[in-house]
Design a binder for this molecule. Structure first.
Ligand SMILES: Cc1cc2nc3c(=O)[nH]c(=O)nc-3n(C[C@H](O)[C@H](O)[C@H](O)COP(=O)(O)O)c2cc1C
Length: 190
């Protein structure tokens, strides 16, 4: 698939077929891809915790804040929840020059790898980090930067051009199709 097609397909998905489990071995291949990506000063400060265990996934689920713009939706129902998580960590024993930039590059690499295999997911910054760290048994050495919730998507997500260039809020229509307005190239070029 061409890069632009893969990026177009790689939307933030928030509803999944919860009967589909992602094999941990497959997720390790996505980390292998991320491992090869750019890193500021090549410091490689990122570490990852993989969750595929159902009990752990169930405990982690309520610790995320889902889709802030969808004010009447609290996140996916049982049956449509993520089946796997990647917790993106920073090793505090490695010098920090650009760990969040590194995390962005790594997460895009992981997400595109997941999409290539028919999966999808959503990146989270709104996390109950303290509780998340406790559930995954994290030591103080690691800081939680982001979480990726993953699974087999069941929702339709459409990209559209932001009609009013200041209205970038995503929304769901009456058929539960999720729309994501993106600024146009001419709005981006300075
Ligand atoms: C750094 C970052 C943090 C995000 N945090 C959250 C979050 O806490 N909760 C959520 O539902 N979505 C979160 N998202 C998903 C964005 O809402 C989503 O990327 C945006 O609406 C555009 O949709 P798209 O990913 O399909 O292009 C986050 C995305 C990024 C890149």
């Amino acid at each position: 698939m061409k890069v632009i097609d893969l990026v177009t397909k790689s939307r933030s998905y928030r509803r999944f077929d919860q009967s589909v489990q992602i094999p941990e071995q497959e997720m390790k291949e996505w980390i292998e891809a991320a491992r090869r990506a750019h890193s500021g000063a090549n410091l490689q400060p990122l570490r990852y915790h993989l969750t595929t265990d159902k009990a752990e996934a169930d405990t982690l689920f309520p610790l995320l804040k889902w889709a802030g713009y969808l004010t009447d939706w609290d996140g996916p129902e049982e049956g449509e929840r993520p089946t796997a998580y990647v917790t993106v960590l920073r090793d505090t024993e490695v010098k920090d020059v650009a760990s969040k930039t590194d995390a962005g590059i790594a997460m895009q690499t992981i997400m595109l790898s997941a999409v290539e295999k028919g999966y999808g997911g959503c990146i989270f910054a709104s996390i109950n980090r303290k509780e998340w760290a406790r559930v995954i048994g994290l030591s103080d050495r690691y800081e939680i930067l982001f979480v990726m919730a993953l699974g087999a998507p069941v929702e339709e997500v459409k990209l559209e051009e932001a009609a009013d260039k200041d209205d970038i809020k995503y929304y769901r229509d009456e058929n539960q199709v999720h729309h994501v307005p993106k600024r146009t190239v001419s709005d981006l070029l300075v």
